[in-house]
Design a protein. Structure first.
Length: 467
């Protein structure tokens, strides 16, 4: 519990916010406190002093003003789905954007304006009414804000780029309380920094996205192979990625077969290799030929490939990552997936501590690599792959074993890495200093200058230091 002096400061901050916000202000004594401070990752158990649930941009301006006056540690919450749980802090102020759910789609201009509390499932629901998408992540419950500001790897990135590549403009409240529009023409340094390095710059309240024609139906590959064939399948899959057209975004997962009505009971929760790919164009015509190399990698356990609604694709794995369970993820960018790297992946797959844990290899290139290396703060345009080591578990007694497995597997893959790490899969708070250069690479110095220019007193400095 805070000291008497600290408690008095917290009360003053809460009173200041209640006097000026339209949204709800939640302090430690509020009946909704525990629910409001909870995030997706059940491993995160932080106790902020005050949570300002903003109803709109004007509330954000008031919250920033209160933060300048009272100088608490500040964290910013969008969808709350980030692995490291950086949207909540201990003993500070959470500027909570999750109530801000507005979405407006302009199908003629092929743009969408979405507030920062929107999730990808909510955005996809609106854009797909018009057969349009902006590239999102792979879990529909993920917030658009955190994923986009960190870059945004997803199912159609080789066709349409990262999530941040489709940002046309964004609205951001900077530390001085000014509401700014950042785009290529306005505040270009801020716009550059927010696309891939967007922590600690201010509070982004909305995004304007370019939209692309795709859906409502898309063609995809999902083929399950026996774990005993893992090395063989990984090598064949790697070779197939070399010639994959930009319309195909392949990935491969070392995971467990889920229990579902379409799955034979004898396969439920058995270890397997999952080959996935999405075609970023109309499902008829060239999709079958383009996806064939991902589908034809030897005799499968099951072939679930076919055509499905884009919104179904985007939400298909969401149930496997439920709110409140425990997660730890770290990643490497890699230029090549060598035979030695494959053997190392298969070795650590055999040691997975729970069926929920997995290893994912995603393929970059295509539209991701066509963006200039200095066009945005995302620092890993030239990488061919991202390897993510994802521990998932329910029982707190498994914390040490699950996190230890992920850290050890990440360490084992480090010799094969290009030295880069994806900020959205970068461990927990204690990993921040170790990974800083790996996350932002050669862009780190420019990012620091940009943050200092817009936040000279370091109001958002703690947010900038978090993974």
């Amino acid at each position: 519990m805070p000291s008497e002096q600290a408690a008095a400061g917290e009360r003053a901050l809460a009173e200041r916010l209640r006097s000026s916000l339209r949204g709800e202000v939640i302090d430690r004594g509020h009946p909704g406190y525990d629910k409001a401070r909870a995030v997706w990752n059940g491993l995160i158990d932080r106790r902020p002093a005050v949570i300002a649930r903003c109803a709109g941009t004007a509330d954000v301006v008031e919250a920033v003003a209160a933060a300048r006056e009272h100088r608490p540690v500040v964290s910013i919450r969008g969808g709350g789905h980030q692995v490291a749980g950086s949207g909540v802090c201990d003993d500070g102020l959470v500027i909570d954007l999750s109530p801000m759910k507005g979405v407006h789609v302009d199908p003629s201009a092929r743009t969408a304006r979405a507030q920062a509390g929107v999730t990808w499932g909510e955005l996809d629901r609106e854009t797909q009414l018009h057969g349009l998408v902006t590239p999102g992540g792979e879990i529909s419950a993920t917030g658009i804000a955190g994923l986009t500001l960190g870059g945004g790897l997803g199912f159609v990135m080789r066709t349409f780029g990262l999530s941040c590549d489709s940002v046309r403009s964004l609205e951001i409240v900077t530390a001085d309380g000014v509401v700014r529009t950042a785009s290529r023409e306005e505040e270009p340094d801020l716009f550059w920094a927010a696309r891939g390095g967007g922590r600690g710059l201010g509070v982004v309240t909305s995004f304007e996205f370019d939209l692309h024609a795709l859906g409502p139906e898309v063609a995809g590959v999902l083929v399950l192979h026996a774990q005993e064939r893992a090395e063989e399948v990984l090598r064949a899959w790697r070779d197939a990625t070399y010639t994959a057209p930009e319309t195909v975004t392949p990935e491969i997962l070392l995971w467990s077969v889920p229990a579902g009505p379409a799955i034979p009971p004898e396969l439920h929760w058995s270890n397997c290799v999952m080959v996935g790919a999405v075609y970023g164009g109309p499902p008829d015509g060239g999709a079958t030929a383009a996806l064939a190399p991902q589908r034809d990698l030897g005799p499968p356990l099951m072939d679930l490939s076919g055509t499905l609604p884009y919104v179904t694709l985007q939400s298909a794995n969401t149930w496997r990552f439920p709110d409140g369970e425990r997660y730890f993820m770290k990643s490497h960018f890699m230029e090549e997936l060598t035979d030695d790297a494959i053997r190392t992946l298969v070795d650590w797959d055999s040691r997975r501590p729970t069926p929920e844990s997995l290893i994912v290899v995603r393929t970059l290139g295509g539209a991701v690599a066509r963006v200039g290396p200095d066009d945005s703060a995302f620092a890993h345009r030239s990488a061919r792959y991202n390897v993510s080591i994802d521990a998932g578990w329910r029982d707190p007694a498994l914390d040490e074993a699950a996190i230890g497995w992920a850290r050890s597997a990440w360490d084992a893959m480090k010799p094969f890495s290009s030295g880069g790490t994806y900020v959205n899969f970068a461990g927990l708070g204690e990993d921040a200093s170790e990974l800083r250069g790996a996350v932002f690479g050669a862009h780190e110095e420019r990012l620091e200058r940009t943050r200092a220019a817009y936040d000279p007193e370091g109001l958002f400095a703690p947010a900038a230091r978090r993974p």
